[in-house]
Write a protein of this length. Structure first.
Length: 215
């Protein structure tokens, strides 16, 4: 399924690139390549969907053809939209709770390119991961099935803030920080849920800044 989604996204970008080139008045991929000094074979591969261009060329293509970057990359809005006036869309990797726990290891996960992603709007600068909530221990804030967005750059502890943490076994949990309680990471639930039992030292993976759920 992940591979199919990535292929679908790549084909969509390729189709929008071709449309952008035509909107800019270029009748062929070769004509556009000659005008902007691009390798014609590489550009034609991008338009055909054989090679993706999201990481290296997409901003240059959007600027050259004078189209919205959000539209070209994500298919959001119209080609003529002003990117300065549109929202910022970020593709955040969705990882498993097991993988989240591995982030505390010295040789933990560093490459998220093979993980599925979820698009979200206007997140601040950070190193973001997303996790799908399973269970009722945080259901006052995040019902089961919610997706939480975790900033791995923000590990400063603030009372009543929300965090994903892991103990020395690599077991990751999502809890509220309550420094006056033991343990200091507590559930926030309508149900009678016991506090987690940690083994060894607890490491903060990141602060939870957003929780969403589709109805």
């Amino acid at each position: 399924m992940l591979k199919e989604n990535k292929i679908f996204e790549k084909q969509g970008r390729a189709a929008r690139l071709q449309e952008a080139r035509k909107l800019a008045g270029f009748t062929s991929a070769v004509a556009a390549s000659e005008r902007f000094g691009w390798n014609p074979n590489s550009y034609k591969a991008h338009e055909a969907g054989r090679n993706d261009f999201v990481s290296g060329y997409i901003k240059e293509y959007a600027k050259a053809f004078k189209v919205s970057l959000n539209w070209l990359q994500h298919g959001i809005g119209l080609p003529t939209d002003d990117d300065a006036a549109t929202v910022n869309v970020l593709d955040v990797p969705i990882i498993s709770w097991v993988s989240a726990g591995q982030l505390t290891e010295q040789d933990g996960i560093t490459d998220f390119s093979e993980f599925p992603t979820v698009a979200t709007l206007d997140l601040p600068e950070g190193d973001w991961i997303a996790l799908k909530v399973d269970g009722n221990s945080m259901n006052k804030i995040s019902p089961p099935g919610s997706i939480i967005f975790v900033n791995r750059r923000d590990r400063r502890l603030a009372p009543n803030a929300l965090y994903v943490v892991a103990d020395e076994t690599g077991s990751a949990v999502y809890k509220r920080y309550r420094p006056g309680e033991q343990p200091p990471f507590q559930p926030v639930s309508y149900d009678d849920v016991a506090a987690p039992k940690f083994e060894g030292a607890v490491s903060v993976i990141g602060r939870v800044r957003r929780s969403i759920i589709d109805f």
